[in-house]
Design a protein around this ligand. Sequence first.
Ligand code: ATP
Ligand code: MG
Length: 333
Amino acid sequence: TPRVFSGIQPSGSLTLGNYLGAMTKFVDWQNRGTHETIFCMVDLHAITVPQAPDTLRHNTRELCAGFLASGIDPEKSILINQSRVPEHAQLGWIFNCVARMGWMGRMTQWKDKSGKNAEAASLGLFAYPALMAADILLYKSTHVPVGEDQKQHIELTRDIAAKFNHDYDVDFFPMTAPVIEGAATRIMSLKDGTKKMSKSDPVEASRINLTDDADAIAKKFKKAKTDPDPLPGTPEGLEGRPDARNLVNIYAALAETSVADVLAANEGKMFGYFKQDLADLAVSKLSPVSTEMARLMKDPAEIDRVLARGSERAREISVPVLEQVYDIIGMVR
Ligand code: ATP
Ligand code: MG
């Protein structure tokens, strides 16, 4: 069976960017039923930057609640946390030995997240894309739905697969395709329209979280950065206006319509009013999800059972694949 794999880090609370750019796509793939779907809370990735243990535990369970509340059905999809399936880390090590330092050094996420003081960044942050390749290829996944920011990592996954296949003269790992589609592949920060909205952004007002209540959502949109001009009638009028473009784009994604249609209906409106409409729309779309998340979080034992069951199912696939990899590379078994 062809497989779809994707992951989200329990590095904070889910954002509107994660929801529109990733989660809703995952649900589409699951419900299409054409592929086996595996979704992962990538806790090993999260610790590439410091995470307090209790916060990490809470965020992992809350992320699982987010998957379930968004429509991931643990009977239809395999839902796991990465550390529970040890083959991720094991294949990750092997890929550390396949990937080249130069490839990793060119990753823009590494450059962004290591910042000005790369010497102080963890080795894990540098190696992150090799572990991500392992997450994907452990299940021989062919399609990976992600936001725009992950495109480069999926290309690196292909490079790792190709080098492994070439070095060992096998046709073992498939070439994975990124699936980056729809209006919401890159939701931007509410405080800086040139920067991606991220759950680990230290500026709380930069993002909408799925755990925000109606009041918080309204306030954050109200304070979102814009320019003094009203909404233009066509998308060309948003050129050079990244903050304005982002708000219109978020509206279009939430309303499941196009930017052109949103502009046609709102030409000449001032952003002060448009932001109120946007907040109302966001609340109506997100509150059923956040209400369900809060309900699920009242029973963490049930969440843990879902993850335990998911890891059993995942290991039916991952254990034999890792065995074959060890055979190919010459480990005595
Ligand atoms: P962090 O700040 O810790 O990196 P994040 O918000 O970037 O968190 P990730 O767990 O790294 O979230 O990514 C999970 C998925 O969400 C990926 O597929 C990623 O491409 C997607 N994604 C993240 N941010 C956005 C965004 N602003 N717009 C669209 N998709 C996004
Ligand atoms: Mg990220």
